[in-house]
Design a protein around this ligand. Structure first.
Ligand code: KIV
Length: 275
Protein backbone atom coordinates (compact mmCIF):
# COMPACT_ATOMS: atom_id res chain seq x y z
CA UNK A 1 0.00 0.00 0.00
CA UNK A 2 1.24 3.48 -0.86
CA UNK A 3 2.66 5.34 2.13
CA UNK A 4 1.43 8.86 2.69
CA UNK A 5 1.86 11.79 5.04
CA UNK A 6 -0.55 9.92 7.36
CA UNK A 7 2.09 7.17 7.67
CA UNK A 8 4.40 9.86 9.05
CA UNK A 9 1.80 11.20 11.50
CA UNK A 10 0.93 7.69 12.73
CA UNK A 11 4.59 6.75 13.19
CA UNK A 12 5.14 9.79 15.43
CA UNK A 13 1.99 8.96 17.41
CA UNK A 14 3.07 5.34 17.89
CA UNK A 15 6.75 6.06 18.51
CA UNK A 16 7.81 4.06 15.43
CA UNK A 17 10.98 5.11 13.60
CA UNK A 18 10.65 6.39 10.04
CA UNK A 19 13.13 5.46 7.30
CA UNK A 20 14.08 7.55 4.30
CA UNK A 21 16.84 7.36 1.67
CA UNK A 22 17.55 9.48 -1.35
CA UNK A 23 17.23 8.15 -4.91
CA UNK A 24 17.59 9.88 -8.24
CA UNK A 25 16.69 7.21 -10.80
CA UNK A 26 14.12 4.48 -11.55
CA UNK A 27 16.23 1.37 -10.85
CA UNK A 28 17.62 2.56 -7.50
CA UNK A 29 14.19 3.80 -6.40
CA UNK A 30 12.70 0.40 -7.27
CA UNK A 31 15.30 -1.44 -5.15
CA UNK A 32 14.90 0.92 -2.19
CA UNK A 33 11.11 0.71 -2.45
CA UNK A 34 11.19 -3.09 -2.55
CA UNK A 35 13.40 -3.08 0.56
CA UNK A 36 10.45 -1.52 2.40
CA UNK A 37 11.52 2.08 2.98
CA UNK A 38 8.90 4.58 4.22
CA UNK A 39 9.94 7.48 1.99
CA UNK A 40 12.30 8.28 -0.87
CA UNK A 41 13.78 11.75 -1.13
CA UNK A 42 14.75 13.02 -4.55
CA UNK A 43 17.26 15.32 -2.92
CA UNK A 44 18.93 18.23 -4.63
CA UNK A 45 22.06 16.36 -3.50
CA UNK A 46 21.64 14.93 -6.99
CA UNK A 47 23.68 17.98 -7.98
CA UNK A 48 26.67 16.44 -6.18
CA UNK A 49 25.98 12.74 -6.60
CA UNK A 50 24.53 12.56 -10.12
CA UNK A 51 25.74 15.72 -11.83
CA UNK A 52 29.17 16.27 -10.25
CA UNK A 53 28.63 19.86 -9.04
CA UNK A 54 30.52 20.88 -5.91
CA UNK A 55 27.35 22.16 -4.25
CA UNK A 56 23.59 22.07 -4.83
CA UNK A 57 23.18 25.65 -6.08
CA UNK A 58 23.14 24.92 -9.82
CA UNK A 59 20.34 22.36 -9.63
CA UNK A 60 17.20 23.45 -11.51
CA UNK A 61 13.50 22.69 -11.20
CA UNK A 62 13.78 20.86 -14.54
CA UNK A 63 16.60 18.67 -13.13
CA UNK A 64 14.39 17.80 -10.15
CA UNK A 65 11.43 16.97 -12.40
CA UNK A 66 13.57 14.80 -14.70
CA UNK A 67 14.99 12.71 -11.83
CA UNK A 68 11.84 12.92 -9.69
CA UNK A 69 9.58 11.46 -12.36
CA UNK A 70 11.99 8.52 -12.82
CA UNK A 71 11.97 7.84 -9.07
CA UNK A 72 8.17 8.15 -8.91
CA UNK A 73 7.89 5.44 -11.60
CA UNK A 74 10.03 3.10 -9.48
CA UNK A 75 8.48 3.79 -6.07
CA UNK A 76 5.28 1.80 -5.77
CA UNK A 77 4.86 2.07 -1.99
CA UNK A 78 7.27 4.65 -0.61
CA UNK A 79 6.21 8.26 -0.21
CA UNK A 80 8.14 10.30 -2.80
CA UNK A 81 9.38 13.72 -1.68
CA UNK A 82 11.09 16.00 -4.20
CA UNK A 83 13.42 18.80 -3.10
CA UNK A 84 12.73 22.34 -4.20
CA UNK A 85 16.07 23.58 -5.58
CA UNK A 86 17.87 26.82 -4.81
CA UNK A 87 15.91 29.95 -5.84
CA UNK A 88 12.75 28.06 -6.73
CA UNK A 89 10.97 29.26 -3.56
CA UNK A 90 13.16 31.88 -1.83
CA UNK A 91 12.22 34.57 -4.37
CA UNK A 92 8.50 34.79 -3.54
CA UNK A 93 5.48 32.94 -2.22
CA UNK A 94 4.11 32.93 -5.78
CA UNK A 95 7.25 31.27 -7.19
CA UNK A 96 7.17 28.74 -4.36
CA UNK A 97 3.61 27.62 -5.14
CA UNK A 98 4.17 27.53 -8.91
CA UNK A 99 7.38 25.49 -8.61
CA UNK A 100 5.96 23.14 -5.96
CA UNK A 101 3.03 22.61 -8.35
CA UNK A 102 5.42 21.68 -11.18
CA UNK A 103 7.20 19.13 -8.96
CA UNK A 104 3.83 17.54 -8.20
CA UNK A 105 2.34 17.67 -11.73
CA UNK A 106 5.42 16.89 -13.80
CA UNK A 107 7.65 15.15 -11.21
CA UNK A 108 4.74 13.14 -9.71
CA UNK A 109 5.90 13.76 -6.12
CA UNK A 110 3.61 13.20 -3.14
CA UNK A 111 5.32 16.02 -1.23
CA UNK A 112 8.03 18.64 -1.61
CA UNK A 113 10.89 19.60 0.70
CA UNK A 114 12.39 23.04 1.10
CA UNK A 115 15.14 24.51 3.26
CA UNK A 116 14.73 27.19 5.92
CA UNK A 117 12.72 28.06 9.02
CA UNK A 118 10.96 31.27 10.09
CA UNK A 119 11.95 33.09 6.86
CA UNK A 120 10.22 30.56 4.56
CA UNK A 121 7.18 29.93 6.78
CA UNK A 122 4.92 32.01 4.43
CA UNK A 123 6.04 29.85 1.47
CA UNK A 124 5.35 26.64 3.42
CA UNK A 125 1.88 27.87 4.41
CA UNK A 126 0.98 28.86 0.83
CA UNK A 127 2.18 25.54 -0.63
CA UNK A 128 0.29 23.58 2.05
CA UNK A 129 -2.82 25.74 1.40
CA UNK A 130 -2.55 24.69 -2.26
CA UNK A 131 -2.91 21.06 -1.15
CA UNK A 132 0.77 20.11 -1.39
CA UNK A 133 2.41 18.48 1.65
CA UNK A 134 5.70 20.10 2.68
CA UNK A 135 8.66 18.61 4.51
CA UNK A 136 10.79 21.36 6.02
CA UNK A 137 14.59 21.21 6.38
CA UNK A 138 16.47 23.15 9.08
CA UNK A 139 19.89 23.12 10.75
CA UNK A 140 22.59 22.82 8.09
CA UNK A 141 20.76 23.80 4.91
CA UNK A 142 23.20 23.18 2.02
CA UNK A 143 21.58 25.79 -0.25
CA UNK A 144 22.85 28.43 2.25
CA UNK A 145 26.39 27.06 2.24
CA UNK A 146 27.87 30.43 1.27
CA UNK A 147 26.07 32.17 4.14
CA UNK A 148 27.29 29.51 6.62
CA UNK A 149 30.84 29.67 5.28
CA UNK A 150 31.07 25.89 4.87
CA UNK A 151 29.49 22.62 5.98
CA UNK A 152 29.35 23.20 9.76
CA UNK A 153 27.32 21.74 12.62
CA UNK A 154 24.44 24.12 13.42
CA UNK A 155 22.88 25.05 16.77
CA UNK A 156 25.89 24.72 19.07
CA UNK A 157 25.66 28.15 20.74
CA UNK A 158 22.69 29.20 22.89
CA UNK A 159 21.57 31.76 20.28
CA UNK A 160 21.82 29.26 17.41
CA UNK A 161 20.03 26.57 19.44
CA UNK A 162 17.17 28.99 20.27
CA UNK A 163 16.93 29.92 16.57
CA UNK A 164 16.72 26.24 15.63
CA UNK A 165 13.84 25.70 18.07
CA UNK A 166 12.07 28.82 16.72
CA UNK A 167 12.54 27.53 13.16
CA UNK A 168 11.17 24.10 14.07
CA UNK A 169 8.08 25.59 15.71
CA UNK A 170 7.57 28.02 12.79
CA UNK A 171 7.61 25.32 10.10
CA UNK A 172 5.27 23.15 12.17
CA UNK A 173 2.91 26.12 12.64
CA UNK A 174 3.07 26.81 8.87
CA UNK A 175 1.76 23.29 8.21
CA UNK A 176 4.84 21.17 7.41
CA UNK A 177 4.10 17.46 7.92
CA UNK A 178 7.72 16.67 8.94
CA UNK A 179 11.05 18.41 9.33
CA UNK A 180 14.55 17.32 8.42
CA UNK A 181 17.22 18.21 11.00
CA UNK A 182 20.67 18.24 9.39
CA UNK A 183 23.97 18.41 11.29
CA UNK A 184 22.55 19.37 14.66
CA UNK A 185 23.94 18.22 18.05
CA UNK A 186 22.14 15.07 19.21
CA UNK A 187 20.80 16.53 22.47
CA UNK A 188 19.34 19.57 20.69
CA UNK A 189 17.73 17.39 18.00
CA UNK A 190 16.21 15.21 20.73
CA UNK A 191 14.82 18.31 22.46
CA UNK A 192 13.33 19.63 19.19
CA UNK A 193 11.82 16.18 18.54
CA UNK A 194 10.12 16.26 21.97
CA UNK A 195 8.74 19.76 21.39
CA UNK A 196 7.13 18.94 18.02
CA UNK A 197 4.02 16.94 17.17
CA UNK A 198 5.29 16.45 13.59
CA UNK A 199 8.11 13.91 13.03
CA UNK A 200 11.76 14.95 12.83
CA UNK A 201 13.92 13.17 10.26
CA UNK A 202 17.58 13.40 11.20
CA UNK A 203 20.73 13.38 9.14
CA UNK A 204 23.73 13.93 11.37
CA UNK A 205 21.33 14.69 14.24
CA UNK A 206 21.57 11.51 16.32
CA UNK A 207 19.22 8.73 17.34
CA UNK A 208 16.70 10.91 19.19
CA UNK A 209 14.93 11.94 15.97
CA UNK A 210 11.72 10.25 14.84
CA UNK A 211 13.42 8.95 11.71
CA UNK A 212 16.60 9.01 9.66
CA UNK A 213 17.55 9.94 6.12
CA UNK A 214 20.82 9.29 4.28
CA UNK A 215 22.09 9.85 0.75
CA UNK A 216 22.00 6.34 -0.74
CA UNK A 217 25.32 6.74 -2.54
CA UNK A 218 26.98 7.65 0.79
CA UNK A 219 25.62 4.66 2.70
CA UNK A 220 26.66 2.34 -0.16
CA UNK A 221 30.18 3.76 -0.42
CA UNK A 222 29.56 4.91 -3.99
CA UNK A 223 30.27 8.62 -3.50
CA UNK A 224 33.66 9.55 -2.14
CA UNK A 225 34.14 13.28 -2.95
CA UNK A 226 33.44 13.97 0.72
CA UNK A 227 32.08 11.77 3.52
CA UNK A 228 30.48 13.50 6.51
CA UNK A 229 31.05 12.06 10.01
CA UNK A 230 27.43 10.92 10.31
CA UNK A 231 27.59 8.57 7.32
CA UNK A 232 27.71 4.85 8.01
CA UNK A 233 28.62 2.66 5.07
CA UNK A 234 26.15 -0.22 5.10
CA UNK A 235 27.92 -1.82 2.11
CA UNK A 236 31.03 -1.23 0.00
CA UNK A 237 29.08 -1.13 -3.24
CA UNK A 238 31.52 1.33 -4.81
CA UNK A 239 34.33 -1.20 -4.28
CA UNK A 240 32.19 -4.02 -5.72
CA UNK A 241 31.39 -1.88 -8.78
CA UNK A 242 35.07 -1.12 -9.29
CA UNK A 243 35.95 -4.83 -9.14
CA UNK A 244 33.19 -5.66 -11.64
CA UNK A 245 34.27 -2.89 -14.06
CA UNK A 246 37.87 -4.12 -13.91
CA UNK A 247 36.83 -7.75 -14.47
CA UNK A 248 34.78 -6.70 -17.51
CA UNK A 249 37.72 -4.76 -18.99
CA UNK A 250 40.09 -7.71 -18.42
CA UNK A 251 37.70 -10.26 -19.96
CA UNK A 252 36.96 -8.18 -23.04
CA UNK A 253 40.70 -7.54 -23.57
CA UNK A 254 41.46 -11.25 -23.07
CA UNK A 255 38.62 -12.34 -25.36
CA UNK A 256 37.00 -14.45 -22.63
CA UNK A 257 33.81 -12.39 -22.73
CA UNK A 258 31.40 -12.82 -24.46
CA UNK A 259 31.15 -16.64 -24.37
CA UNK A 260 28.95 -18.74 -26.69
CA UNK A 261 26.08 -18.59 -24.16
CA UNK A 262 25.99 -14.79 -24.51
CA UNK A 263 25.53 -14.83 -28.32
CA UNK A 264 22.72 -15.36 -30.86
CA UNK A 265 22.73 -18.16 -33.46
CA UNK A 266 22.11 -18.00 -37.22
CA UNK A 267 21.71 -21.01 -39.59
CA UNK A 268 25.02 -21.95 -41.26
CA UNK A 269 23.42 -22.10 -44.73
CA UNK A 270 22.36 -18.45 -44.35
CA UNK A 271 25.79 -17.28 -43.25
CA UNK A 272 27.61 -19.30 -45.94
CA UNK A 273 25.72 -17.45 -48.67
CA UNK A 274 27.09 -14.16 -47.38
CA UNK A 275 30.78 -15.05 -47.86
O1 KIV B 1 19.40 16.81 -0.88
C1 KIV B 1 19.42 15.91 -0.01
O2 KIV B 1 19.82 14.76 -0.24
C2 KIV B 1 18.95 16.26 1.32
C3 KIV B 1 19.30 15.31 2.43
C4 KIV B 1 20.72 15.48 2.77
C5 KIV B 1 18.40 15.47 3.59
O3 KIV B 1 18.36 17.27 1.50
Amino acid sequence: MKKTVLTFAKAKENGEKLTMLTAYDYSTAKLIDQAGIDAILVGDSLGNVMLGYEDTLSVTVDDMIHHGAAVARGAKEALVVIDMPFMSYQTSVYDAVVNAGRLMKEGRAQAVKLEGGVEVAPQIKAIVDAGIPVMAHIGLTPQSINAFGGFKVQGKSEAQAKKLIEDALAVQEAGAFAVTLECVPEKLATLVTKKLYIPTIGIGAGAGCDGQVLVYADMLGMFSDFTPKFVKRFAETGQLMMEAFKAYIEEVKAGTYPEAKHTYAIDDDVIEKLY
